[in-house]
Design a protein around this ligand. Structure first.
Ligand code: KG4
Ligand code: ZN
Length: 341
């Protein structure tokens, strides 16, 4: 029984997985309402809110799974990447708990959590092309096994979710922007005006989304949208983001023989994106494994799952510091090899 903890950004989440990797509880406390008036996440507010809710959420998670803490056999916590204060709160909470219960503590990379989140509801198929598309990251991975992951491409500037959030803010649609743009885009004609993302000259494996907010800013300066035009603007923005992701995905699929494509991260909530990338998979004859919508945005079930599937690659093993050092050295060597190939 593994307890997962994620406090990497603005949602506090705890989850419990049983020995078969089945989710017994996945509790999320959202801070969206606290940050919305500021138009984005305020890190200090987020850290303090994690501190406030963690103890209560822990009790609630055990209650929902109907287990006692004596049943826990390990704790998995997000240790990077994320907002540093937020990560610290989660890691300190997890360390104290692991120390008190005398059980191992696994430090999980948040992106590994997202990458494997489709397998909370689908059977894994290797090798697969993974796309993690969230508010902070947009990255493609070649995954041959749970412990054989290679980063093959990523954005050179903004993440796709950031592009949704920033353009939504420019259009006065509030924060977070992805869901707001998607809702407003319904019935809009993406061809009525065209926003484009730029091509990156550095190499085909890179993506770029920062040009989109500049294009939208310039269009607003020229002629701010009338309320009735907002659906067309949003449809065009959404279309530009989806198009770049789909083009890049098709290129990666042509470069290597994959059995499946796995989509994850907060932007994977977007139905038009799911449909578009799903149809590319259908054309290519490969499985389309999208994370269930409840596991797209940040959650602790995916963190517990990543530790469950790759315990030998977790970075901390609190009760045995020597083992920790060996594991970290192995992980580092592996990342470097991957970079070379
Ligand atoms: O994975 P996530 O919860 O947090 C990070 O690790 O970043 O992703 C949050 C991102 C935000 O940028 C949000 O605007 C985007 O996911 N998002 C969406 C949708 N729902 C959330 N983007 C597009 N369409 C949506 N329906
Ligand atoms: Zn995330």
């Amino acid at each position: 029984m593994i307890l997962g903890i994620d406090t990497s950004c603005d949602d506090t989440s705890l989850a419990l997985l049983d020995t078969n990797g089945k989710v017994l509880a996945n509790v999320i406390s959202s801070q969206t309402a606290a940050h919305a008036p500021h138009g984005g996440i305020v890190p200090e507010l987020a850290s303090r809110s994690h501190m406030d809710v963690l103890p209560r959420l822990y009790t609630e998670t055990l209650r929902q799974a109907n287990i006692s803490e004596a049943d826990l056999s390990g704790i998995a916590v997000t240790h990077t990447p994320g907002l540093i204060g937020c990560l610290l709160v989660g890691v300190c909470f997890a360390k104290a708990l692991a120390y008190r219960l005398k059980i191992p503590l696994f430090a999980v990379n948040h992106l590994d959590g997202h990458l494997f989140s489709p397998f909370l509801t689908h059977s894994p198929a290797f090798p697969f092309l993974g796309l993690v598309v969230s508010g902070g990251h947009t990255a493609f991975y070649q995954v041959k096994a749970f412990d054989d992951i290679c980063l093959v491409g990523q954005t050179v500037d903004d993440a796709a979710g950031e592009a949704f959030d920033k353009t939504a803010k420019q259009l006065g649609l509030g924060y977070p922007g992805g869901a707001a743009i998607e809702k407003m885009a319904i019935g809009g004609n993406p061809q009525q005006l065209t926003f484009r993302t730029v091509r990156v000259k550095m190499g085909k494996q890179y993506l770029s989304f920062s040009g989109l907010k500049t294009a939208v800013a310039q269009a607003i300066l020229k002629q701010p949208p009338a309320v009735g035009d907002l659906p067309h603007w949003c449809a065009s923005i959404q279309d530009a983001i989806i198009k770049q992701l789909a083009d890049k995905m098709a290129w990666f699929l042509s470069e290597f023989s994959y059995k499946a494509f796995a989509l994850s991260g907060g932007v994977a909530m977007n139905t038009a994106l799911r449909e578009h990338l799903g149809s590319v998979c259908l054309e290519q004859g490969i499985d389309f494994l999208a994370a269930d919508k409840k596991y797209c945005t940040d959650n602790a079930a995916m963190i517990a799952y990543a530790a469950f599937k790759r315990p030998n690659l977790a970075d901390i093993f609190l009760l045995n510091p020597q083992a920790t050092q060996k594991i970290q050295a192995r992980q580092l060597a592996k990342d470097m090899n991957c970079g070379e190939s």
